[in-house]
Design a protein around this ligand. Structure first.
Ligand code: ZN
Ligand code: ZN
Length: 281
């Protein structure tokens, strides 16, 4: 499978000279399976350029869209995902329970008319809700996808994608913590990530910021590296960069995370997720 990162930013899009390298778009990841199907993880503002990329290759794309949760930064790009306006486009939707409700909300705000010019009912594409990942695994060709609950306000869903002996886990908006309001314990996430080739995990904060941010549903970078080390993953990418974090500050987080990983031993490859990054597994 080939993974391309289209959005790395948490909370709100942050264009500007200080976020050019790691990117200003909010969460969106494209996974192209070896079998040829395309999966999209989250519809943050990064889904806009992804949509244009898909349309440059095919007239009416067919994609699977998995939504982790419906916080605004993970669905805000949906109205600007150009394929939804094309007849013939097919989208199979899965992920958190309220995924469809969230996507509709980006276009229809009930009583508040005038916030977006197109309604969900006006879309020309066909969007079908699968609702499979909440109950078990989903097979797409030879790929098998399963999910785990996130420790995040109002909940959410993380995904594991396995195909041809390769595997990816995507856990964003997840607080690795001893006490939790929902989601799972550290050990459960460890088992979910066991031996995967690539782990992409939320690391919005530095360890010293956590006291002020506990319960917000995000992890510090060292806890996320600890998870990657314990689970024996091959490569670790941290994402959901704080909107206030400049490229230079993310560079320092990368250095800190690498220092910690090498002090713990092993050969974990650590990077900060960058918009435009392509990883082939
Ligand atoms: Zn988020
Ligand atoms: Zn969130």
């Amino acid at each position: 499978m080939v993974i391309r990162i289209w959005g790395t930013r948490g909370s709100i899009a942050t264009p500007g000279p200080e976020t050019v390298r790691y990117g200003g778009n909010t969460t969106c990841v494209e996974v192209r399976l070896s079998g040829g199907k395309t999966l999209i993880l989250d519809a943050g503002s990064g889904i806009r350029p992804l949509g244009n990329s898909l349309l440059s290759k095919e007239e009416s794309p067919e994609v699977y869209l998995f939504i982790t949760h419906i916080h605004w930064d993970h669905i805000m790009g949906f109205p600007f995902f150009a394929p939804i306006y094309r007849e013939g486009t097919r989208i199979w939707l899965d992920g958190c329970k309220r995924a469809m409700e969230g996507l509709k909300l980006t276009l229809n705000r009930g009583m508040v008319d005038g916030v977006f010019p197109v309604s969900y009912e006006g879309l020309r594409s066909k969007i079908e809700e699968l609702g499979q990942l909440g109950t078990g695994t989903l097979s797409i060709g030879d790929a098998v996808i399963d999910a785990i609950e996130l420790n995040h306000p109002q909940g959410g869903m993380g995904f594991r994608i396995r195909e041809g002996g390769k595997s990816l886990v995507f856990l964003t908006d997840n607080e690795l913590a001893a006490s939790r309001s929902n989601g799972r314990a550290f050990g459960d996430y460890g088992r979910f990530c066991e031996g995967v080739d690539l782990l992409i995990h939320d690391s919005q904060y530095l360890p010293e910021e956590m006291d002020a941010k506990r319960g917000w549903g995000h992890s510090d970078v060292i806890s996320a590296v600890e998870l990657a080390l314990k689970a024996g993953v091959g490569r670790f990418l941290f994402t959901h960069h704080d909107p206030e974090r400049t490229d230079l500050q993310v560079d320092r987080m990368v250095a800190l995370a690498r220092e910690f990983a090498s002090a713990e031993g092993g050969h974990l490859q650590v990077e900060g997720a960058r918009e435009g990054m392509i990883i082939e597994l």
